[in-house]
Design a protein around this ligand. Structure first.
Ligand SMILES: NC(=O)c1ccc[n+]([C@@H]2O[C@H](COP(=O)([O-])OP(=O)(O)OC[C@H]3O[C@@H](n4cnc5c(N)ncnc54)[C@H](O)[C@@H]3O)[C@@H](O)[C@H]2O)c1
Length: 441
């Protein structure tokens, strides 16, 4: 019953009146009945929840979209400033020059190769995810060095399809120098997935992009001498069977050789795989033995030198960085063209594999290397000699480089003594007092 002041008395017949209830009261009653019903209350509650959820989803998606688009469109990856930097870095400044995407450009070999290409007038764009396998501060310094020479390194992962597509949309790369990888042998025990991520999945993502390009680039990429695995035959030649691998790192590099072969056969990509042996030199990798020995000797802390079965000293085929760079550049220059376009093969393309090792003073035992470091530093090493146990790469790389000599004109000229002297000189310059920088690793 509505409140009285809302009811009107209207005549129904002479002398009689009935109470007239306005329509709103009828609706109110229906409304009340509606809400009084438990089912309807539940229904309304559900509708309310659904509205709230879709509102929140909308706000979240919107935020992400706004954040993402601003990242891509205003100075971040894909923005106008970004495109300008990429184009300027890719500019070719010599007749018959090439434009090269260098992956792993903030890495040891990548930095040297990018610099060599830029110096001779080629267009170079780098990409690197600055992973923290070893101190990112060294990678950032290498990046600064490259930027000072006009090479732009995009901070990104080779698994990022959208990034690669954007790079290839911005520049018609003639070549890809693929050096990005999870490196190191023992780290496979702690972080096996990083090898699959960078050396297998990342490789496939990059090859997919190359395959789909309108004008496919030629691909030169870093395999490794470690693919020879536990083979006893020496010296290792490209025609020898390369198995079984002695580490997860070696397995992923071997897998990379199979994968690149498939892309060559199916899509006409020109592929050159380079089996590097132990590369050393200025701006090198702190995880490598010549580097850590230099640090320890100069700090007066002990080094451990391993011996294999029957007290045989471990030996390595050491190759100086400048020689490796010449091999990489010669591989780019002689790579031959990819034949496909937009994912379709139009003819067969070259598939090559080369050993890039040393021939001058190779292989060198680890104690011999220590003696050279002692001479260069003018300090005596505190050496613990230990027989090998457990998870150590037993390989004894000694390499035949005659194929690279013949086809690439590859002729290493730096012996270990001069190369290590140059490295030690750089080390002392870069780190000054070594103890001040130890925390970077
Ligand atoms: N240095 C050697 O003695 C040696 C020997 C054999 C093979 N190789 C191969 O040569 C190449 C270069 O080696 P290096 O010694 O310069 O190593 P490096 O670690 O200094 O360089 C590799 C670079 O790749 C980057 N990277 C790793 N994963 C990536 C990813 N998913 N996306 C983008 N960037 C990524 C790293 O941040 C690093 O800067 C590697 O493929 C390595 O396996 C090196």
């Amino acid at each position: 019953m509505p409140p009285l002041e809302e009811a009107l008395l209207v005549p129904s017949s002479p002398g009689r009146f009935k109470i007239y209830r306005p329509q709103s009261h009828i609706m109110n009653r229906a409304f009340h009945r509606c809400f009084a019903s438990t089912t309807m209350v539940l229904l309304w509650a559900l509708i309310l929840i659904a509205f709230t959820a879709s509102y929140l989803t909308f706000v979240d998606t919107g935020n992400r979209y706004l954040h993402h688009s601003s990242f891509w469109d205003h100075g971040g990856i894909g923005g106008i400033q970004w495109e300008k930097k990429v184009r300027s870095s890719a500019q070719i400044l010599r007749a018959d020059g090439i434009s090269v995407l260098v992956t792993g450009a903030a890495g040891f070999i990548g930095t040297h190769v990018a610099l060599a290409l830029k110096t001779r007038g080629d267009g170079v764009v780098g990409v690197d995810n600055f992973d923290n396998y070893y101190g990112p501060s060294l990678k950032r310094t290498r990046r600064a060095l490259l930027e000072a020479h006009g090479v732009f390194i995009v901070d990104g992962d080779i698994n990022d399809q959208r990034l690669l597509a954007k790079l290839f949309d911005t520049v018609a790369f003639t070549h890809v120098m693929h050096l990005a990888a999870q490196v190191g042998v023992r780290y496979g025990v702690d972080n096996p997935y990083s090898y699959v991520h960078s050396n297998v999945a990342g490789l496939v993502t990059l090859l997919e992009q190359c395959k789909c390009a309108g004008r496919q680039p030629a691909v030169v990429w870093a395999s490794s001498g470690s693919v020879y695995g536990v083979n006893n035959k020496a010296p290792f030649s490209e025609s020898d069977p390369a198995n079984p691998p002695a580490s997860l790192y070696a397995s992923t590099k071997k897998t990379g050789e199979e994968i690149t072969h498939t892309y060559n056969r199916l899509y006409g990509l020109s592929i050159t795989g380079l089996r590097f042996f132990t590369v050393y030199g200025p701006w090198g990798r702190p995880d490598m033995v010549y580097f850590s020995f230099t640090r320890n000797i100069s700090e007066g802390t002990p080094i451990t030198v391993y011996r294999v079965k029957d007290r045989v000293d471990l030996a390595r085929d050491f190759i100086y960085i400048d020689d490796v760079v010449k091999g990489c550049v010669a591989s780019l220059d002689t790579s031959g063209k990819s034949t496909g376009s937009g994912g379709k093969k139009k003819g067969s393309a070259p598939y090559r594999i080369f050993n890039l090792g040393n021939s001058i003073s190779s292989p060198v035992t680890v104690p011999a290397m220590v003696r050279i470091l002692e001479d260069s530093l003018g300090m005596k090493a505190k050496m613990d000699v230990t027989d090998v146990t457990g998870n150590v790469d037993f390989s004894f790389p000694h390499v035949n480089i005659s194929l690279a000599q013949k086809e690439l004109g590859y002729n290493p000229t730096t012996d270990l003594q001069s190369g290590l002297r140059k490295f030690v000189k750089w080390y002392l310059w870069y780190y000054g007092k070594p103890s001040a920088h130890l925390n970077q690793f």
